[in-house]
Structure formats: C-alpha cells, structure tokens
Design a protein around this ligand. Sequence first.
Ligand code: DGJ
Length: 325
Amino acid sequence: MKIIRIASLLLALVTYANLSPAQTEFEPGAVWYDDQGQVINAHGGGLLFDQGTYYWFGEKRGKSASEGVNVYSSKDLHSWKYEGVALAKSTDPASEIATNGLMERPKVIYNPKTRKYVMWFHLELPGQGYKAARAGVAVSDKATGPYQYVKSFRPNGHMSRDMTLYVDEDGSAYQIYSARENYDLRIVKLTDDFLSATTQDTLLFSNHREAPAIFKKEGKYYLITSGCTGWAPNAAALHTATSLFGPWELLGDPMKGPQANITFDGQSTYILPVQGKKDAYIFMADRWNPKDLKDSRYLWLPIQFKDNQPVVEWKDRWSLADFGH
Ligand code: DGJ
C-alpha cells in the first residue's frame, strides 16, 4: 500500500514539474505538441541553427487562412518552445501583408555582416489568390523576431512561388524558386545583405516542380522537389549537381516504403543538417490537410545513403541515435 502511495506521489510530482523523460524519438505523422501543450502550427517550414538552438519557422494556418509565420525553439529537435508569431500579418488593409493574402514556405538565414536575421517567403497579395507570385522579405535583430516586413518582388521579373533559401559554405546565399506558373525551377544569388536578388539567376530545369529542399554532402548538392498537384501528394524527385547553377541530373524518386510513390502522403519543405553529427540530414515534409490546414502533420525522416545515393525510407519511429556519431 505504502509503495503504491509513494509511487503515485512521485508520478504526480513528475507530472506537476513536467519532468517526464525527455522524448528521444520522432514519430512522423503523429500530432506534435509544443511546450504549452498546443499542436505545433508551423507548416511549409524551415529551420535555422543559431548559437546552440534550432529555430523552426513555419506558416501559421487557420482552417485555410494564412495567419503569419510562427517560430518555435529547441535544443534537441524534440521539445519545442513556442516563441510566438515571428512575422505578423498587417492590420492595415492597404499593406502587401494584410490579412487576406498568403505567406507560405518561410525560411530564415542569418547574415553575419549585417547581424540581421533575414526571412524570405512566398507572398501572395491580398485578395488575388496565387496570381501575384512574389518573394517577400522581412528582417529582425533577433532570431525569434518580431520580423519587420521589408518588401516583395519577382526576382529578375520571374514569378516566385514555392521557395527555399540556401547558404553555401562560402557564406553566399541563394533562393531556389518555382517560376513561370511552376513550370520552371530557378536559382538566384542574393545580394551581400541577403535582402535582394542579384542578376545571377539561372533556370535549373523545366520539369513542373515545386517544394524545393536542398542539402550538400561532400561537394555535391542534392535537391528534392515535389510535383505540382495543389495540396494533394505526388512523387518526389531527387536531382544532383556539383554546382548550384547546374547542370542538375535527375536521379529518380528517393522515397522508399509504403506510399513512397506519393512521398508518404507528404510534400517536401526542408532538409536539415543535424549539428554535431557527420552526414546526418533530416528530410522534412508536410502532410497537408486541405480541409483544415492547421491540422496538417509533419513528416521528418532520416536521409540514408545507399550506394552513396540519398534514400528516404519510411519509419514509424526513429531517433537521432540511428545516425550514429
Ligand atoms: C502546393 C504548394 O507546395 C503549397 O505550398 C501550396 O502553395 C499549395 N500548392 C496550394 O495549393
């Protein structure tokens, strides 16, 4: 009796002090909660590692509404602290980021020269659906924001919808973006302050692709993209190149396992190099729920290398320890 009483007292204490054992496994497709017990709302996201902390930026969605950009922080990629809205919608109806427009696929990089955190995202102007196809830029002195909206444009006049940012080993930054009604995937080098596009802007390929996610391993770039079927999932494609400006070679579909042909019912958004681990990359995707976008799930899976080629195999559960050292 006494033992049971002590055990339940301990359990209550642990629950009260939130000392439950640290989570060590990822469960792709499960409901993921933040430190406040709220479902994480950060879709089409991207991560930034800055001074020992990961920051997860993503679309804050309502049922269908775009409600700005949320940011969460974590030291271990498992427990996520809600830091709030990093970039809010404007209450001024004349603003480019007024409530009834869209902010999608936000990505943040740090500029060591200006000491600013720079966010780029796919901006659709209020009330125009997906017609405007522009890149939006916002800046902040702090990783968590609040970010100040700077401007939007079409890089070198090209439409810009789904996008990602990439900082190469030499510190140069690039935007990879879907152009010409998503038929073209392009890359543009950013200016030194990361706030604008330079004229170094090249077509990667014209395969009608979106949702670009990129990483580099041993001097080779790898790019995973999706097809263009709205919120519905489709087959992923993996391209590789030794220069960001190409030529890009198609390697095929890197997904393996049940529903691999539809990216496990998901769509790529980002590839994260895990800090402190060699050759450890996490493929991140969204499992969209178009009937209730905020209720879309996250699929994070380890990238494995088979015959030196990246492969993403479905796993119900996995842990960072699976990468080895
Ligand atoms: C597919 C894109 O990848 C998403 O970010 C979103 O724009 C949907 N299309 C909208 O249908």
